[in-house]
Design a protein around this ligand. Structure first.
Ligand SMILES: Cc1cc2nc3c(=O)[nH]c(=O)nc-3n(C[C@H](O)[C@H](O)[C@H](O)COP(=O)(O)OP(=O)(O)OC[C@H]3O[C@@H](n4cnc5c(N)ncnc54)[C@H](O)[C@@H]3O)c2cc1C
Length: 316
């Protein structure tokens, strides 16, 4: 089986859930090895990478690995022997992917919703143009680089864990004219980051600025709170929560839209979600055109009943 390198996203030393999804997907393409940028992972993170099938954990440490030219060189060295390199589709990884593709001649697809081997070549699935088209691409080059969207693979431990042998990779990192001017952590709250959340409950103008119920439902479902642009423009909730063309693109397993009309700019950022549930007073709201389940009603009546039924179902 050929080597499939997976660039691991980690936060405060912990492996992020999308990285576990990528490792799960990698197992269907070959033998996964984890690529870890920064100080070597601790015992727990290493064990978890093994649990999800990583045969090796290739660590590249060095200064300024936030700079994409240096990160690309690091990832390139750690994945030289890999026929496939998987990464989570983020702004940073897309830059790494394109730099590496240019340097190695690899074929690159980002924002993929899946990847599989067909006749020895990687084929990817994407939804494009505001999720109005499904595209299957085949990477013909010997090396394939694929950026995978979060929540498109169900993370599952491997039946046979990998050895997760830690290997230090030494790389001469290039000098670059990029400079990090400031690093500011975006306030995420206690919950899951919006782009990675398996469940997103969003509120729009229909909330009238009251996000209490939306937040409660999101918390109950272990999800993140999203919003339409009108709601963020009103100052009801911060812009980090905005979903859509100018906001974050989300692909959760479940997207709940409360009091959102479903303008094309909003739909572009959530239409590729697994299951879409909408609550809107207007039976003709465009959001219903793309919803799997729709409730015509006042969210202030519907959401409390939903919360009550979920709690009842869980026996809490
Ligand atoms: C260049 C550009 C980029 C944009 N980018 C984005 C973007 O990234 N994301 C984004 O979201 N928008 C974006 N927009 C704005 C977008 O076009 C819409 O204006 C916006 O999405 C509408 O927000 P909304 O659905 O909350 O409000 P509205 O369109 O006003 O809809 C509110 C809905 O709530 C319903 N409602 C009202 N009260 C209740 C209630 N009590 N219970 C249930 N339902 C109720 C109404 O029936 C209505 O359907 C962009 C616009 C432009 C021009």
């Amino acid at each position: 089986m050929s080597t499939v390198a997976v660039l691991i996203d980690h936060r405060d030393g912990a492996v992020t859930r999308p990285s576990l999804e990528a490792l799960t997907l990698a197992r269907s393409l070959g033998t996964p090895v984890a690529v870890w940028l920064g100080a070597a992972p601790g015992a727990d993170a290493t064990a978890q990478l093994g649990e999800y099938g990583a045969a090796e954990v290739r660590v590249v440490d060095g200064d300024n690995l936030r700079l994409s030219a240096r990160a690309a060189a690091a990832v390139g060295a750690a994945s030289e022997d890999a026929a496939v390199l998987l990464m989570i589709s983020t702004f940073v990884s897309k830059e790494i992917a394109t730099r590496l593709a240019l340097a190695t001649g690899a074929g690159v697809v980002v924002d993929a919703a899946g990847a599989e081997l067909v006749d020895g070549k990687v084929e990817t699935l994407q939804t494009v143009f505001a999720a109005t088209w499904n595209v299957r691409s085949r990477i013909e080059s010997d090396k394939a680089i694929v950026g995978i969207r979060p929540n498109t693979t169900m993370a599952a431990p491997a039946q046979t864990p990998g050895a997760a042998t830690v290997v230090d990779i030494q790389v001469d990192l290039p000098e670059t004219r990029e400079r990090v001017v400031a690093v500011e952590a975006v306030e995420q709250g206690d919950g899951v980051p919006l782009a990675e959340a398996p469940v997103v409950v969003s509120g729009g103008r229909g909330t009238g600025g009251d996000y209490g119920l939306v937040g409660e439902l999101a918390e109950l479902l272990g999800g993140a709170v999203g919003a339409s642009r009108d709601a963020t423009d009103e100052g009801w909730i911060s812009h980090e929560h905005m979903v859509g063309q100018t906001g974050t693109t989300v692909t959760p397993a479940l997207y709940v839209a409360c009091g959102i009309s479903g303008a094309v700019h909003h739909r572009g950022g959530m239409q590729a979600s697994g299951t879409i549930v909408s609550i809107n007073m207007d039976p003709d709201a465009p959001i219903f055109d793309i919803s799997d389940f729709g409730v015509v009603g006042n969210l202030f009546d519907v959401v409390p009943q939903t919360i009550a039924r979920i709690k009842e179902h869980r026996g809490s």
